[in-house]
Design a protein around this ligand. Structure first.
Ligand SMILES: [Zn+2]
Length: 315
């Protein structure tokens, strides 16, 4: 398929189309999106919606890491590569029980892209906090991302990139990271999204589709911060995206009636608590049960809550 790419230069997105007539997608304002690259058809309208959403979400966030947005054609999900690349399809689709596919709305894509940005925001903190364990890994992942971006601009497929990716995946740091921290990163990415949109059901809305399979449906329900979840459902899904959903219920209650500053303060407490919990997890990887991890994190959050008296903090 003919591929076009699109780069942001200053305030503008410009694609170079390998000999075709030039076209610009203009996006006003500055933000964390440094490149937008299309691997299928160019869609300036979508690029603008997503880049503007990320501009606003970055202003809400405690840190504003730069990212490159690679917008593909059709896929069932989006991703952040733990370097600097967010991949998102133009047509994110849901699959019903009969295998038919239905496209997500642009409202849903906005929530999904903020979720992916949440991973990038947390990674900036963890680069410092877990420098000893993961500085080299994150640096390697970032340089891999830069190569991916350059290759996508030049429309080169990346055999070398795949090899480097595979080598990284075999490193000790990589397996330690993926054994211990994904559930924390997923929780943080969801938390940033629900707090930014000021809707405890934001992640549910982003991923909900009426005719999902029962299994997928449960996985989406467990992302809803407005519901009280139970351990049985968490254990049934056995997934990093839902492992800490008792904490999601707790945060859903905590965020009620908070104004913007209150939600930003809660986000700051969440990242502090998550980092403390992650540090404990790294001391004894894989030893704590899902229930234990949920309760530990809720306790850390309670201890960091200025509304709790110091005496209770000693407990
Ligand atoms: Zn995620």
């Amino acid at each position: 398929m003919f591929k076009k790419s699109l780069f942001i230069v200053g305030l503008a997105l410009i694609w170079s189309s390998g000999g075709q007539a030039a076209q610009e997608c203009r996006i006003e304002g500055d933000g964390p999106v440094k490149d937008v690259l299309f691997t299928a058809q160019v869609n300036c309208h979508l690029a603008e919606i997503l880049a503007k959403t990320l501009q606003k979400a970055a202003l809400f966030s405690p840190r504003q890491p730069d990212i490159s947005l690679i917008i593909g054609d059709k896929a069932g999900n989006a991703s952040f590569d733990n370097g600097s690349v967010i991949r998102i399809p133009q047509f994110m689709f849901f699959t019903d029980r009969a295998g038919n596919t239905f496209p997500a709305s642009s409202d849903q894509l906005e929530k999904v892209v903020v979720h992916e940005y949440g991973h990038a925001v947390l990674k900036e903190l963890w680069k410092r906090e877990f420098a000893q364990e993961f500085a080299t890994l994150f640096a390697d992942l970032e340089s891999l991302s830069s190569i991916v971006v350059e290759n996508t601009k030049k429309k080169i497929s990346g055999r070398g990139v795949r090899q480097r990716g595979q080598q990284l995946a075999m490193s000790e740091a990589y397996s330690l990271f993926y054994k211990t921290l994904p559930a924390y990163s997923e929780l943080y990415a969801d938390t940033l999204t629900v707090l930014y949109f000021a809707e405890s059901g934001a992640m549910f809305q982003a991923l909900h589709f009426a005719h999902l399979s029962e299994e997928k449906s449960l996985g989406v329900e467990l992302r809803d911060f407005s519901k009280q979840h139970d351990l049985r459902s968490i254990e049934k899904t056995n997934d990093a995206h839902t492992r800490l959903s008792l904490v999601r219920s707790y945060l859903g209650r905590m965020m009620q009636n908070l104004d913007k500053e209150g939600r930003q303060a809660l986000l700051a407490r969440v990242e502090q608590a998550i980092t403390l919990a992650a540090r404990e997890e790294l001391r004894s990887p894989g030893q704590t049960s899902a229930l234990g991890e949920n309760l530990r994190l809720i306790e850390l959050l309670q201890n960091l809550d200025p509304a709790n008296r110091p005496l209770e903090m000693m407990e």
